[in-house]
Design a binder for this molecule. Structure first.
Ligand SMILES: Cc1cc2nc3c(=O)[nH]c(=O)nc-3n(C[C@H](O)[C@H](O)[C@H](O)COP(=O)(O)O)c2cc1C
Length: 181
């Protein structure tokens, strides 16, 4: 049964990552900021590699990049209100710039999506008029690869028999156990 939960979790992430509409398209990504403060934000799940890395896009000048460069530890939280499934993944983030996987994903960005990476001023800078954001031809595109080492699965059940399980990567093998919910 633990195996089924593990498969369900990765299958669901895969569906969400492949662009189908799913609550797991949206991930709460937590990183560590100055003075060990916790920083969270919503990001869109853009892909899943065969090695179970999660891929996200961002502006290379965003604050999260500075945080990740300082401390690569991160957490990803997903929640589906329909199935009442919560997944929390713990891992490290690697920032890709100018390599093959970065190029492959950069080529997918077109139309309005370009505006997520081309502001003149870096994201988070104070401005006077939000309707007049200056843009350039330069794309500050960064690909975040989240490499998980642990996943916690929690599904709430109507009959209170909630299912909670932990999966931990140990020398290349995902070790698994149920937990008290
Ligand atoms: C629905 C939604 C989707 C978002 N998707 C992304 C995303 O894929 N990548 C990203 O960098 N920011 C995304 N954002 C913006 C972030 O939540 C955040 O405000 C921004 O990245 C700045 O974060 P930082 O200052 O911690 O770097 C999204 C926000 C919302 C509301």
């Amino acid at each position: 049964m633990l195996n089924d939960l593990f498969q369900e979790a990765w299958k669901t992430l895969n569906v969400a990552a492949s662009g189908k509409e799913h609550p797991f398209n949206f991930c709460t990504l937590a990183t560590i900021g100055k003075n060990a403060s916790v920083r969270q934000r919503t990001v869109i799940l853009r892909g899943l590699t065969e090695e179970k890395s999660l891929l996200f896009y961002t502006d290379l000048r965003s604050t999260k990049i500075k945080q990740i460069k300082n401390n690569s530890n991160a957490n990803c939280l997903f929640y589906d209100p329909k199935t009442q499934l919560q997944l929390i993944l713990k891992g490290k983030i690697f920032v890709h710039t100018d390599d093959d996987i970065w190029e492959e994903h950069k080529d997918k960005i077109d139309g309005k999506a370009i505006n997520n990476y081309n502001t003149l001023l870096p994201p988070g800078k104070p401005i006077k008029n939000p309707l007049k954001v200056e843009r350039t031809h330069r794309l500050h595109f960064g690909l975040l690869e989240f490499i998980p080492i642990r996943m916690e699965y929690l599904k709430l059940k109507e009959d209170s028999n909630h299912l909670r399980a932990r999966f931990r990567l140990d020398e290349g093998i995902w070790k698994q156990t149920f937990l008290v919910p």
